[in-house]
Design a protein around this ligand. Structure first.
Ligand code: IMP
Ligand code: MG
Length: 180
């Protein structure tokens, strides 16, 4: 069974914290004052918690809502179909939305979320991801804000899981032996 010995640190907690502050500064400089942050669960809950507080320090006071989307199940290979597991609690019509996700891989999740919010009448949909795994893109979509680019490797920690484990690691690590 995969343990923390099999995980090689890619981004340490301090490195992530520095990057999150920089992203928050960039968002506050460029985006609407009246932002609705839509957090795509589950993987991005740790990133979102830090980003929201960094946004506050940068002078913003965004509203926050959550949507749970699934495409993976417990495997490390996406099934290719995105489903809404839990929906938002408020309408998004007329809102300037910032979508927050942990990792942009095939692009299916982010594209699904963007299309859904646009269909529901969001005034503007921007996106922020912690990690960009661009080598695996299937749907042509880029995030407006991205923390780090990574290669074609499976990563865990800082909210990201491997079969529901390792979400609580303070760093982001690569699973040795390539679970991807
Ligand atoms: P996409 O729909 O293929 O872009 O995949 C996005 C979702 O897949 C993310 O929100 C993650 O939950 C999950 N995912 C993709 N790559 C990884 C990884 O390396 N580790 C953990 N989860 C991942
Ligand atoms: Mg996810």
């Amino acid at each position: 069974m995969t343990g923390t010995d099999d995980i090689e640190i890619l981004f340490a907690a301090t490195e992530i914290a520095t990057r999150v502050e920089a992203i928050a500064d960039a968002i506050v400089a460029a985006e609407s004052r009246d932002l609705l942050v839509v957090v795509i669960l589950k993987g991005s809950f740790v990133f979102a918690a830090d980003l929201i507080r960094a946004l506050d320090r940068a002078g913003a006071d965004p509203r926050v809502d959550f949507i749970t989307l699934a495409s993976y199940g417990a495997a490390t290979e996406s099934s290719g179909r995105v489903t809404v597991v839990h929906d938002l609690s408020e309408p998004v019509s007329g809102q300037a939305v910032l979508l927050v996700d942990d990792i942009l891989e095939s692009g299916r999740t982010l594209a699904f979320a963007r299309d859904l919010l646009e269909r529901r009448g969001a005034a503007r949909v921007r996106s922020c991801v912690l990690l960009d795994k661009s080598a695996r893109r299937v749907v042509p979509i880029e995030a407006d804000y991205a923390g780090f680019r990574i290669g074609n490797e499976f990563v865990v920690g800082y909210g990201l899981d491997l079969a529901h484990r390792f979400r609580g690691l303070p760093y982001i690590g690569r699973v040795r032996g390539g679970a991807a």
